[in-house]
Design a protein around this ligand. Structure first.
Ligand SMILES: [Zn+2]
Length: 346
């Protein structure tokens, strides 16, 4: 209850502050005179409806369309490749420059995001988990989600931890707790834990929810022909700082090779899964022939920014909705100006 209260108070504060920043003219002035950089947006999933999801990494199609309408009318949307070119060559950055990216390569990017990107003629880059594209395999957190959602057990014990599963809320809490354990594990431990979960959670249906599938190569090719660009996001989506450097190199290099072979065009940018990188990983990405890489560090990119640690801003439904879920143009305006990130984070 306390957490809910804090979230509501924070939301009211942000909505109020946004209203003041927009209506006082401060935001316009800031964007025109102060913000001389490029903001890169980071999306994951675009859902067909706004039904409650256990894993909150997506926004509804309806909300996404309102966001695109706003961006189209108020910002200069660049391709990521053009943004890298500008930053690399210290060219003049257009006012209100912004880039749209998606991580992972979910099928809903084709079904729900792509038609809207086309409708508003906006470019975007999609980072593909190359080894899962065109397969029936799910990303490991979706396998976990399926196991938890379809379980009829009231709780599960893993190691010394007990996870409650009686209600949707408990399942949500347990999902995030187990997910954080899986994120810490290397691939073999991760698979071992998932195997253990599959045994301990009877009631599990065969793991295959169409909703969580990734793109097919046919869908990727069609989007590429329409101007969407694709970048590397490893083959299997490990956290690169949790695997050996030799393994990291294979993941980074092969994702580039697989996509280049399928699309017959150079893949020049990369996104670190889970935003995890360090100087060694950064060097491997550069050595593999990428020209730039996106992180999940918040902030704006300037001509002197590290091209292999580009900053991005994650967008959720909450980035543009008011207290009752309605679209708030003032809140979204301030969120995509990058101003909140300057005010509230270091
Ligand atoms: Zn990812």
């Amino acid at each position: 209850m306390e957490v809910v209260r804090v979230i509501i108070v924070k939301k009211i504060f942000k909505l109020g502050l946004s209203w003041i920043l927009v209506h006082s003219g401060f935001l316009t002035c800031y964007l025109k005179n102060k913000r001389k950089g490029i903001l890169i947006l980071r999306y994951h999933r675009i859902f067909a409806d706004d039904k409650e999801s256990l894993h909150k990494i997506g926004i509804s199609k309806q909300n996404f369309e309102k966001q695109l309408q706003y961006l189209k009318n108020n910002h200069k949307i660049l391709t990521l490749e053009a943004a890298v070119e500008i930053l690399k060559n210290q060219k003049e950055i257009p006012a209100k420059a912004l880039v749209i990216t998606f991580d992972d390569g979910y099928k809903d990017n084709w079904e729900n995001a792509f038609p809207l990107l086309q409708k508003y003629a906006l470019p975007a880059t999609i980072y593909l988990t190359a080894g899962l594209i065109g397969t029936a395999d799910l990303l490991y957190w979706d396998r976990l989600k399926q196991l938890i959602l379809t379980s009829e057990k009231s709780q599960i014990t893993l190691g010394t931890n007990v996870y409650k599963l009686s209600t949707f809320e408990e399942k949500g809490e347990s999902f995030y707790k187990i997910l954080s354990e899986l994120k810490k594990a290397d691939d073999s431990l991760k698979n071992k834990l998932l195997g253990e979960l599959a045994v301990k959670l009877p009631g599990e249906k065969p793991i295959h929810n169409k909703e969580d599938l990734l793109l097919s190569w046919e869908e990727v090719t069609k989007m590429q022909e329409a101007g969407i660009s694709f970048g590397g996001h490893t083959v299997n989506h490990p956290l690169l700082t949790r695997v050996s450097l030799a393994e990291a190199k294979i993941e980074i290099r092969n994702s580039k090779n697989i996509i280049e072979e399928k699309l017959a065009c150079p893949v020049t940018t990369f996104a670190y899964p889970g935003g995890a990188f360090n100087p060694d990983i950064r060097r491997i990405v550069a050595d593999c022939g990428y020209e730039a890489a996106c992180s999940t560090v918040l902030g704006i990119n300037y001509p002197n920014s590290d091209l292999f640690a580009l900053k991005r801003k994650g967008i959720t439904d909450g980035s543009s909705t008011g207290l009752t879920g309605e679209f708030s143009p003032t809140l979204f305006a301030v969120e995509v100006s990058g101003l909140f990130d300057r005010l509230f984070t270091r």
